[in-house]
Design a binder for this molecule. Structure first.
Ligand SMILES: Nc1ncnc2c1ncn2[C@@H]1O[C@H](COP(=O)(O)OP(=O)(O)O)[C@@H](O)[C@H]1O
Ligand SMILES: [Mg+2]
Length: 450
């Protein structure tokens, strides 16, 4: 953006001045010796084209260099944000090395190109001198043979010189405008990118039917990793008001099910229905309003604790915020240990893991969603805190659907139904007791305390 600004700001202004000065100079030069003016005018475009060619030769934007530059920037930002992890792993040296490798490449490529820049600037400075030389030469001839007086000739010569210098001024900015153009193209490409699942588009149905969620023969893989089949022929039904649990070993596709429900992706085959209606036909913004999601690593923002809780529902009253905080057992906020107005740092770094999770739970509860998605949402809580939260949620969730992904038995024991996933397939389903009686993979998982 900075480059686009550069191109459109000062440089555009200077270029306009250059072009206008050139035009005015040419017009005035005809008031002197029109023969000299005509001859020099013939030279002016040649001069301009030459300068432009030279500048273009120097300015070629190498996409690889641009990309390496961007990657280095991203890498620096990432390392700076995760500086504690970098320090804890003693990876400062390695990080610096990786960074200096990419910067070295950028440096080398730019240095390799610098002679072109030098030649270009040199030629740009030389051309007015050549014009100077030619002007005075022709000026001399026109005084001697074409009966113009020296005043007329000097007027024309100096005006034309001004004109040439102005053309040079415009040509000098071509390298910057080339890289500005390149940067602008990238920005436009990003803006023009059409999102397949666009929540800004208000289209589709805004009814939920009976609210039953149904996965029918769903096959799914992440678009950038098609070789890993994440869900295979997954079919399951969750009735409205039920509290269900998803369990299975890590990597079995539980979080993926939750993400599909939030419609961050669409399944490649099969269908997800809500109230008998394809999820794709629902208005996305409306559907996401019905969802409350809490993840294992809750994303909080660098604003006050209260603003974080109100993030998805800014018009909430103070009473509603306190109520959600009580339900999520945010004792640290209710007791005043952390003030509601305290900023909680980048990604909530001033809170402990459990405090962050409870803040995220309160944020989700405040919206009073019809469907609650808890993806290992209480994993950072101690057993006492967890049971308080679960108890509070039990009263909150009456008539609402809750989908819980959890590794602790205590969290899922009371679920109406438990689905056991393995490599994206549904292995078993039933209540806790039914699954234990089955003595299958759930019983084995449970024996290892999930
Ligand atoms: N964003 C992603 N891009 C590509 N592959 C992913 C992504 N997220 C998860 N996966 C892959 O999908 C599989 C299932 O992941 P996930 O649903 O997160 O498992 P679980 O939550 O059960 O531990 C894993 O093999 C994982 O490597
Ligand atoms: Mg997961």
């Amino acid at each position: 953006m900075c480059r686009v600004g550069q191109m459109l700001g000062t440089q555009l202004g200077l270029s306009t001045i250059g072009v206008l000065t050139c035009l005015v100079s040419v017009i005035i030069s005809f008031a002197g010796s029109w023969v000299v003016a005509l001859i020099l005018l013939g030279l002016l475009p040649i001069c301009g084209i030459l300068m432009m060619l030279v500048a273009r030769f120097a300015s070629g934007v190498d996409p690889q260099v641009e990309e390496t530059h961007a990657t280095a920037g991203k890498f620096t930002a990432e390392a700076a944000t995760a500086i504690r992890t970098v320090r804890a792993l003693g990876a400062e040296e390695h990080t610096l090395l990786t960074l200096s490798d990419s910067l070295d490449y950028v440096c080398r490529s730019k240095a390799a190109k610098s002679w072109k820049m030098g030649v270009s600037v040199g030629l740009n400075l030389m051309l007015p001198q050549v014009i100077n030389l030619v002007s005075f030469w022709i000026g001399g001839i026109s005084v001697q043979f074409w009966s113009f007086d020296s005043q007329q000739v000097l007027l024309t010569v100096f005006c034309m010189l001004f004109g040439t210098i102005s053309v040079g001024l415009v040509a000098q900015h071509i390298p910057d405008s080339a890289s500005g153009y390149h940067a602008a193209m990238q920005v436009f490409r990003l803006i023009d990118q059409v999102s397949e699942i666009d929540a800004a588009k208000s289209e589709g149905c805004k009814t939920l039917g009976d609210g039953t969620i149904e996965f029918r023969n769903v096959h799914f893989w992440y678009p950038h990793r098609p070789e890993v089949r994440v869900l295979r022929k997954l079919s399951l039904t969750i009735e409205k008001g039920q509290s269900v649990a998803l369990c299975g070993v890590s990597g079995s596709g539980k979080s993926t099910v939750v993400q599909l429900l939030q419609r961050f992706y669409d399944p490649q085959a099969g269908v997800i229905r809500v109230g008998g209606q394809d999820l794709k036909d629902l208005d996305i913004a409306f559907w996401r309003q019905q969802l409350g999601f809490v993840g294992q690593e809750p994303m909080l923002f660098d604003m006050s604790l209260e603003e974080n809780v109100k993030y998805g529902y800014p018009e909430a009253t103070e009473e509603e915020v306190r109520e959600a905080a009580r339900a999520a057992n945010m004792d640290y906020a209710l007791s005043g240990a952390v003030q509601w107005t305290d900023r909680i740092g980048l990604r909530g770094e001033k809170l402990s893991g459990g405090q962050k999770q409870r803040c995220a739970i309160a944020r989700a509860l405040l919206r009073k969603p019809q469907f609650m998605l808890l993806d290992e949402a209480t994993s950072a809580l101690d057993a006492v805190s967890e049971s308080v939260v679960l108890q509070a949620m039990k009263t909150e969730r009456v008539g609402k659907t809750t989908i819980t992904v959890a590794h602790r038995l205590s969290t899922i024991q009371n679920a109406d139904k438990i689905f056991v996933l393995c490599h994206g397939r549904l292995l078993e389903s039933g209540t806790y007791q039914e699954l234990m009686n089955m003595d299958g993979s759930f019983a084995k998982l449970a024996a290892r305390s999930l």
